[in-house]
Design a protein around this ligand. Structure first.
Ligand code: C2E
Ligand code: MG
Ligand code: MG
Ligand code: MG
Length: 285
């Protein structure tokens, strides 16, 4: 290959990277105004108890309704929010909004809120959570904070102190995307999580490879012997639902039992009989 060709190739990659950086920069600029412009909203995805087949909670999932871009995925803008430090303000908005929404649901219904690893570096996290509970009037035990394993990687002692402060407030803490990060088993020994959320990659793999089923079964058994709940994420089909039930998971959250939906639809769901069959009929695939 000629040198000129190599240079051309290099320039092509350089240009691509430039475009990516510009796209990121554009997101960053818009993200700085998104809170003020009230462009964020929360979608709520039902969480179903397999024993009763009832909706027992919802996970709050952040959505960005951008004026020209349309709906932007959190997978796209949360990393930018983290890099720029905007995640602090955005995360607090999510927390306060989710508490304010959930306080209007029937008393047994919980709300899950995702926390960025960066929020775990902020020593005033527990204070922010306490303030969100107090100003909304939501009972602490109805708030379930979701933490990914990667948040736990940071600085073990600091994170443990924060986790214990949260626990003292009475909120629930679950480990999100369980099985995809590091150090999770060590953490289970150090802190009593309330729930393990089994990552959807394992659920997706169940049909095709027996290893995935074995892992789901093992995590469900681990949860059972620790006396904590296990939620299978990303269940999209009736077969997957049967499989995760068979492996002993206690809860399910996935498109099959309900897609993330607007607050009004979540509310409507709660006034109907809360059986999985009804959910599947109305919101399932
Ligand atoms: P997550 O916390 O693991 O949330 C579950 C994700 O899986 C959601 O994607 C949900 O829409 C999707 N999902 C649920 N059921 C199914 C299914 O059956 N099939 C498939 N294919 N997907 C399913 P979403 O809403 O795009 O969020 C992606 C991630 O962004 C979340 O993963 C979470 O890590 C992060 N995120 C969302 N909201 C927030 C937030 O308020 N704060 C922070 N820090 N992160 C958030
Ligand atoms: Mg989550
Ligand atoms: Mg997850
Ligand atoms: Mg995830």
């Amino acid at each position: 290959r000629s040198k000129a060709e190599g240079r051309g190739r290099y320039r092509f990659f350089e240009q691509k990277m430039d475009e990516q950086m510009q796209a990121r920069r554009a997101i960053e600029l818009d993200l700085r105004q998104a809170l003020a412009l009230q462009e964020f909203e929360l979608a709520y995805q039902p969480q179903v108890d397999l024993a009763t087949q009832e909706v027992v909670g919802f996970e709050a999932l952040l959505r960005w309704r951008h004026a020209t871009r349309g709906l932007v995925s959190p997978l796209e803008f949360i990393p930018v929010a983290e890099e720029t430090g905007l995640i602090g303000a955005i995360g607090e908005w999510v927390l306060r909004t989710a508490c304010r929404d959930a306080v209007q649901w029937p008393e047994a219904i919980t709300v899950g809120v995702n926390l960025s690893p960066l929020q775990f570096r902020n020593p005033s996290l527990a204070q922010t959570v306490m303030s969100a509970l107090a100003s909304s009037g939501l009972a602490a035990e109805r708030l379930e904070l979701e933490i990914t394993e990667n948040a736990l990687l940071e600085d073990t002692d600091t994170v443990l102190v924060l986790l214990k402060q949260l626990r003292d407030l009475g909120v629930r803490v679950s480990m999100d995307d369980f099985g995809t990060g590091y150090s999770s088993l060590a953490y289970l020994q150090k802190f009593p999580f309330d729930r393990l959320k089994i990552d959807q990659s394992f659920v997706r793999g169940m049909g095709a490879n027996p290893e995935a089923s074995a892992i789901v079964r093992a995590v469900a058994a681990l949860g059972a012997s620790l006396g904590i709940k296990t939620t299978a994420e990303g269940v999209e089909t009736e077969e997957q639902l049967a499989a995760i039930r068979n492996e002993g998971c206690t809860h399910v959250q996935g498109y099959f039992t309900g897609r993330p939906m607007a607050l009004a639809d979540a509310r409507a769901l709660l006034v109907q009989p809360r059986k999985v069959a009804a959910i599947v009929e109305e919101h399932g695939l």
